[in-house]
Design a protein around this ligand. Sequence first.
Ligand code: PEP
Length: 259
Amino acid sequence: PPTRMPVVVGNWKMNFDHLEATYFIQKLAWTLRDVHFDNRRCEIALLPSFTSLRSVQVLVEADRLPLTYGAQSVSVTTQGAFTGDISADMLARLGCTYVLVGHSERRKYHPEDDANIVDQVRAVLAAGMHPILCVGESFEERRQGIALDFAVGQVSDVTRDLSDEQTSHMLIAYEPVWAIGTGMVATPQSAQDAARAIRDHVRSTFDETVASSVRVLYGGSVTSRDVAQLIEQPDIDGFLVGGASLDVDEFTSIARLTE
Ligand code: PEP
């Protein structure tokens, strides 16, 4: 089967202005060089605020830094009278590789339902970028024993009308809502069970090529303590990291353990 490049994605959420982002990227670049980080073995991606993307692009391109980056959400429309929105083309022009779609905080604080999430995925794909679709059950669904069905159902709702080609460009982050920002990490086995259920679903809906190329990430209170056991799991291809992505040393440790 094709090998899936592991990826560690830092979701900065609403942290760091562009000066802080610049400082972080420079410090990260020095640290990665110091530890001889090998970006052929693990990809590092950052998701800054919209306001920092231009600064990140300039640094990454000028110094050819071994980093990719993207945005945390996107408008479903391409242009026009949508005050305050940012289009996928605008992000692509800034060199974004990824756009996070359907993060639980967006689902909670903004009216982002499945239909809107599907449209975001389509907008990201149409602009030539890769959506990172976030799915995962709440504590209530876990308690009821329907966690996997719930997460797989979310994947199904979003990918149902996509082509093989479109789906193969996606990343899927399994992020149980009860684990995000709580310090509670899924056990390696339950994260693997979910990642595997998601991949099995992709295989049965599309085909083996798509299933073996889609990268499935785990997210939810990941720190360097958890990474070694999680990355050993056959269906976990990397991490979506919130809190621990705000510290250069901790984030570097996570990437090195994923390498
Ligand atoms: C996230 O926001 O995607 C996330 C996983 O956050 P944290 O690592 O802080 O739980």
